[in-house]
Design a protein around this ligand. Sequence first.
Ligand code: PEP
Ligand code: MN
Length: 346
Amino acid sequence: MLIVMRHGATADEVQKVISVVEEMGYQAAPMPGAQRTAVGLVGNDGRVDASRLEGLPGVQEVIHVSKPYKQVSREWRPESTVVRLAGGVTVGGNEVVAIAGPCSLETERQVLESARLVKEAGAVILRGGAWKPRSSPYSFQGLGRPGLKLLAKAREETGLLICTEAMDPDGVGWVSEMADIVQIGARNMQNFSLLKIAGRCGKPILLKRGISATIVELLLSAEYLLAEGNHDVILCERGVRSFDTMTRNLFDLTAIPVVHKLSHLPIIADPSHGTGLRDKVIPMARAAVAAGADGIMVEVHPNPEDALSDGAQTLYPDQFTQLMREVRIIAEAIGRRVAEPAAVGA
Ligand code: PEP
Ligand code: MN
């Protein structure tokens, strides 16, 4: 529920609303905004009796948020969330960000070379997994903590920001200490205890859509993060399982405008996992930007045929360079622009 204050309501009037919400046994989230000040009532799973709040001085109206997800909804916050990262990089504003790198971190040489290549092409965030959620226990599981050191070195050399996945509570601790964005992967989208920990980790979260999750379920999972106080959440469409075997997943492009309508959170697109096929990644990345995605996340490796995971969907460096050229044109055509990497290490 949202208690919207009148234009010009005093600080005392807002404070009174907060006290009454707390007396009623709920949490109050004051939200000063350019257009209006509102106080969110958090923690109710059903309808709250609004009459006590409606009559308070300075209150204009009480809005019942109709969606099951509350704080992530546009009813709660009409303006889009802009996630602010180090170096002035933003996700969810006018800029479209490119996140790229190998599926798995493998060797120092591979990580540093990947970082240089993707930066040269125009990525602002390097992504690679130190822990990999693999369907088979016999597949490469990732380097673990040493992988994080390689990412730190790549950031130092190139100035790229770092995004990497955490798969368990210890991982959230380690990743949030070093990375700029903590990725929660598709398989963990509904790992609610992990989401609660991620919601308290103090770093922005990239939350990937579950393999068979509906958009409402994705938004409810994001709600777990906001409910713990983390408002820097970026959603990611990465395809859902389908009956058709022509592609690895069914890349749900429609999710982008649907999420933008329902939620103020930014959403990026991962056409690498969305399609699973190198030659399909480029057209779907272009389409995602045209559809309004706030960024693209693409797997790139210096030698995809040697990649220890997801080689078949990984772009050659030249292909990524070409994609970035095209994406700049598409972004411009819809009044946006692609974020360019800072000059560090250039
Ligand atoms: C990944 O991002 O490398 C990954 C394993 O993706 P997902 O969680 O979307 O399957
Ligand atoms: Mn991968």
